[in-house]
Design a protein around this ligand. Sequence first.
Ligand code: GAL
Length: 332
Amino acid sequence: MRYKYLVISFLLFATGFSAKAQIKAIVPGGVWPDDKGNHVQAHGGGIIKIKDTYFWYGEERRQGLDKGFRYVSCYSSKDLMNWKFKGDVVKMADPENLGEGWVLERPKVFYNKKTKKYVMYFHLDDKKYKLARVGIAVSDKPDGQFKYVKSFRPLGEQSRDIGQFIDDDGTPYLIFEDRPNGFHIASLSADYMNVEKEMTLVKAFMEGGAIVNYNGMYYSIGSHLTGWDPNSNEYSTAPALTGPWAAFKNIAPVETKTYGSQSTMLLKVVGTKKTTVIYMGDQWRPASQWDSRYLWMPLEIGDGKLWLPEPKPWTIDVKTGEWKYVDAPPKP
Ligand code: GAL
């Protein structure tokens, strides 16, 4: 009897222990368990780093959500592999009478050092994607509740997919897709509550826009406009955000359709030994969005070239910036 009790408690301990076990590899396209063992729900997401902590925000699409609301999740991590679920920082009712099926997508958070506010931008739309606006919500804490403030068309133009770029000098930019004209890169006002100044309008029709500044050159990437279906994402380079932007080129073999993914962000990890730029993409599963996957891979980048290597499990040391492939995800 006693022995049985001991065995059971050991098993409980062991299973509880394994749910919290350290993740030692990023597995592109795999299920990505958070600290509670649930698949990370941060689709179309973005990451900011505050001191030594990364915060990952994205579309919360877990099953069983109240269909009257839209949700944005927040996760934190110190190593980019183990993510702690900080809760849903947005649970929003239809803010502009958009009607059933309204859309809140691709949330991106900027931290304003002067106002000490966390300012979230997102794509706000109706079911038919006709509104084409950005929305803004604000919080005092990275993982606090974000309060809706307003929505508008940035620079008076249509805006659907948005991306975020923070330059090395800390200047924040919004990237937004304007269907009739192309994609814009625009800086924000001092309080981050408005999109203020156009840097460039790139006359290319790209979604999921993302930018990185690497060795003094700007690299922008984006996908073509094929909805949830993947396509061959492309990149361009420029010596300054104002351009001129070079002709777009594929980032991976065309036939792989970017290994079934769509870009959402380029994350630069500056370590003591190496700077690694991570391609963050979504592998959408429109019929079961809660099961959509993430394709994160370090890019081959430099001298005006950018290439997404074949995805395989890998690991990173955020202190040194070094990354390496691992044969298989090590067993916890
Ligand atoms: C994609 C876009 C997604 C979502 C989807 C809807 O092109 O990148 O964020 O809006 O279309 O079909």
